[in-house]
Write a protein that binds this ligand. Structure first.
Ligand code: DGY
Length: 408
């Protein structure tokens, strides 16, 4: 494992573009929101100053309305599509027009636990963190459940949760385009053309509106309440509250948000499928998929023992867990991105939640299995649950960070 340690640090160094890291060279040549936050905890293991810089650079792309974009295009790179000309973001730095799972406040708290002398930098970031949470609670709050306006916003790009909503969208008016992702990764491990047509349709809808949230709330066919966003924002808001107390800041607004989301999370409970899943706000329908995001309930501080049976069933069904889609679901594909593969960084969040809820043996097993998967197969973007075979991009920043911070 010492060789893996060295390799992981080398990956962070290779993917470092000066103040920020790219998820991996070629496939993702820009700064991605939650990838960067994971990168920070990887740097924290050997360079605490660099860890804070990573998050500060991310927030330098924050929009005036508080939104922190999911991609920041610091310098144009033709190896990626869709780039800044398609997105037409309206922030201080060219960017996309959607956000990503808001884990920054949680990681800022973790960084501060590792070294409290960095408190002044947390104090500087605090208002920006507040503004980003306020953006979600203003524009993406459906009775406390947090919605997305694009699958890319959840990070779970092509998971089966979007299939029904996408089937109802006719992607008209999308210009001819040329994908770059499949020049870096084999097609079978990426979303289909059918998905890309709809991804681009939604990007055009947002960009044409100048990324107007009030407009999109009225017109977009894609408004889906999602466990990734609801659970990570609820968790991060609890952490932001802890930071507020530490910094002597008021907590009333945060208390209100936490109460709202605790109620909203229950809207995601699907009684029939016995899981937390997505709800399409337009149709009112649950998506009925047990995904790895379903198991973020504990991370959000929701100690729901009903999810333990689901967890144990799925852990039994695969060699490496947690698969991004339930292997018993008809749409399960063990190598296709978010339709089956295991994602190490999501496992970290699931394991943290399990441990905090007192399910320490499950947490330990998951962390150990994740470490073994990386030790045996390297720093892939994701892994086949059947045998751990590496898939997607290689030399991946967040897989290296998971190794350095938790799994080694
Ligand atoms: C991609 O290009 O596949 C990314 O996931 C978008 O964020």
């Amino acid at each position: 494992t010492e060789a893996r340690d060295t390799e992981a640090r080398a990956i962070l160094a290779q993917n470092d573009r000066g103040g920020y890291t790219v998820p991996t060279h070629g496939l993702y040549p820009y700064q991605w929101n939650w990838d960067s936050v994971f990168a920070a905890i990887g740097f924290a293991e050997h360079d605490m100053d660099r860890a804070w810089t990573e998050i500060e650079t991310l927030f330098s792309g924050q929009w005036e309305n508080g939104m922190v974009p999911h991609i920041i295009f610091h310098q144009v790179d033709p190896s990626y599509f869709p780039g800044p000309d398609i997105w037409r973001g309206t922030g201080p730095i060219p960017s996309s027009g959607i956000s990503q799972p808001p884990i920054a406040a949680t990681f800022v708290r973790w960084l501060l636990d590792l070294d409290p002398t960095y408190e002044p930098r947390a104090r500087t970031l605090f208002p920006a963190l507040m503004a980003s949470h306020r953006w979600f609670m203003t524009w993406r709050n459906e009775d406390g459940a947090i919605v997305v306006t694009h699958p890319w916003e959840t990070g779970r790009d092509n998971c089966p949760d979007w299939d029904d909503t996408f089937a109802a969208i006719e992607p008209e008016g999308v210009d001819e385009y040329y994908r770059r992702d499949t020049t870096h990764v084999v097609e079978d491990e990426r979303p289909r053309r059918w998905d890309y047509d709809r991804y681009l349709y939604l990007v055009k809808l947002g960009a044409d509106s100048g990324w107007s949230e009030p407009y999109l709330r009225e017109v977009t066919p894609f408004r889906v309440a999602d466990p990734t966003m609801t659970f990570t924002l609820l968790r991060a808001t609890r952490d932001l509250r802890a930071l507020a107390i530490r910094l002597g800041e008021p907590t009333a607004e945060l208390d209100q948000w936490i109460g709202d989301m605790e109620r909203g999370a229950q809207r995601l409970w699907n009684e029939e499928a016995q899981t937390y899943d997505c709800v399409d706000i337009r149709s009112g329908k649950h998506t009925g998929v047990v995904s790895n995001a379903s198991f973020l309930c504990w991370f959000a501080g929701i100690n729901d023992d009903r999810m333990l049976a689901q967890f144990d069933r799925i852990a039994e069904a695969t060699t490496y867990f947690v698969p991004s889609t339930d292997p018993a679901h008809p749409a399960y594909e063990p190598k296709r991105y978010w339709r089956g593969p295991v994602w190490a960084m999501l496992n970290v969040l699931i394991a943290a939640g399990l441990a905090e809820a007192g399910h320490s043996e499950r947490a330990r097993n998951l962390t150990e299995a994740t470490g073994r998967m990386i030790a045996e197969n390297g720093f892939a973007e994701y892994f086949d649950p059947r045998d751990g075979a590496p898939a997607g991009g290689r030399n991946f920043t967040w897989t290296a960070a998971v190794w350095l911070a938790w799994a080694s």
